[in-house]
Design a protein around this ligand. Sequence first.
Ligand code: SF4
Length: 230
Amino acid sequence: MRNVEVINDLSYTLTVDDIVKEMKMKNLPERVRGMIEEVYGLLTDVARPKAVFKLSYIEEINDDRVVIDGIEFKSRVMALNLKNVGKVYPHVVTVGVEADSVEVDKSDFLKEYILDVTKEMILRRARETFERILFDKYNIEKASYMSPGSLSDWPIDQQKQLFELLGDVKGAIGVELLPSFIMKPVKSVSGIYFPTKVDFKSCMLCPRKNCPSRKADFNPELYEEYMKGK
Ligand code: SF4
């Protein structure tokens, strides 16, 4: 198996004002801003976001099955996306165990919420850094990614295969795959980047209404094309 690569301290930029903006609270009371500053301080003092990734090759592909470095994935959407692709980049990016261990008073729901929002933002920005590093390293001009569990076509239990592809993820960056296939720290993302000329996002095939994390509009024509015969 080809070696994985590890980044142990992904950089990110985040300010208290960024968090205030993300919380979308009108007329933010000073008391709440004080809480945000406190949580921001606690997290940014210790947070060390990390990534593990590798370059992998597609060995077989047919209608709803793809074999990557000897490991089989079942997904029609993946098979269509990877039809003309030779290389892919499996990865896990995490906010890190250090930030995950930060705690606030659990009875203070607002502070808990601020903690959650701030960890999510650190993860999102660290992922952007990871993406730049990955693209630079492999001269990738444009790529999209898929994550297990984002579509019913590629269910979350295929995290198992993704983690197999990456080897000892816990040893590399501290991310554990629980029996439920959820990752711990929960503020972690996993998936497979693949070079593409068109912009693909799983959200285009997901009809869920009012999803706060939606990254692209639902595309009924694309849905029809990818799902026909299912
Ligand atoms: S719309 Fe929401 S639930 Fe659906 S794939 Fe996108 S982020 Fe996931």
